[in-house]
Design a protein around this ligand. Sequence first.
Ligand code: OOG
Ligand code: MG
Length: 260
Amino acid sequence: MKTIDIQQLAQYCLSAEEEKREIVRITEEYPNLTVEDAYLIQEELVNIKLAQGKKILGPKMGLTSRPKMVQMGVEEPIYGFIFDYMNVPNQEVVSMSDLIHPKVEAEIAFVLGKDIEGPGITGAQVLAATEYVVPALEIIDSRYQNFKFTLPDVIADNASSSRVVFGEKIPYSNDLDLELVGVAITINGKLRDFGTGAAVLGNPAQSVAMLANMLSRKGKKLKKGEVILTGGITEALLLETGDAVTAKLDGLGEVSFSIK
Ligand code: OOG
Ligand code: MG
C-alpha cells in the first residue's frame, strides 16, 4: 500500500483548482484513504491558501440534504471552508473560464452573534445565537473527473468549494421558521428545482450545530460574524455559459448571478 503524503495530496487538489483542470480521484491511487486522512489533506490545503494571503469567510456544510446525498451517492455530511476570493457580489457575473464544470445550489447561510463551541451543541442553541440568516447560491466545482468522488475524495477537495453569492442579511427572529422557508431556483427564467429549509437535516440550524460539533474534534469553533453555509436544499444544477441563475427564498429575498 502506498503511504499517504498529506502535503503532496493537498498540492494535487490545489493545483487542479488553480489550473482549472480535472484530476483523477485520490482514492483511485489510495483506496484506503480514510475520512481522517482526508480532513488532514483539507487542513493542509486551507493552510496553503492562508499562507497565500487568502482569508476565510466562514465554514460550510455539504451533503446535508437527501437530494444532495442521493445525487452524489454519499451518505454523510462534510465540511469545508469558503475563502474571500470565492465571494461573488449579488447579481454579478461569474467567468466560466475560471471554473472547471460548475454546479449551483440554493442554500440558507447563518451569521452568529457569538462564538459557538462544540461538542454537544443543539439546533436550539444555534438559533439562540443566530444574528442573521442569508440567502445564498453556492457554486461548487469538484476538481475530480466527471464530478464523481467518494467521501474522502470530496473532503480532501475542500468539499468542492468554488464560488458563493450572498443576498442581503436578514436579522433573525423566532417567528422566522427556517424549516418552512420555501426555495425556488430558476435558470434562464425556467424553474429548475425547489424545496424547503427542512430538507437540510430537518432544519438548517441542525446543520450549523453538527458543524460546531464536527469542528470541536479539531479544537475549532464557529466564530461570531463568519458566514456559515448549511448545505444545498436542492440538487446541484450543472451550469453553462450564458446561464442566468436566480434563487428566491420565502421571507429571505432573492440572490442571483450569471455566467459568461
Ligand atoms: C460536495 C459539496 C456539497 C452541499 O451543499 O451539499 C455541498 C459536492 O456535492 O460536490 O456544498
Ligand atoms: Mg453547498
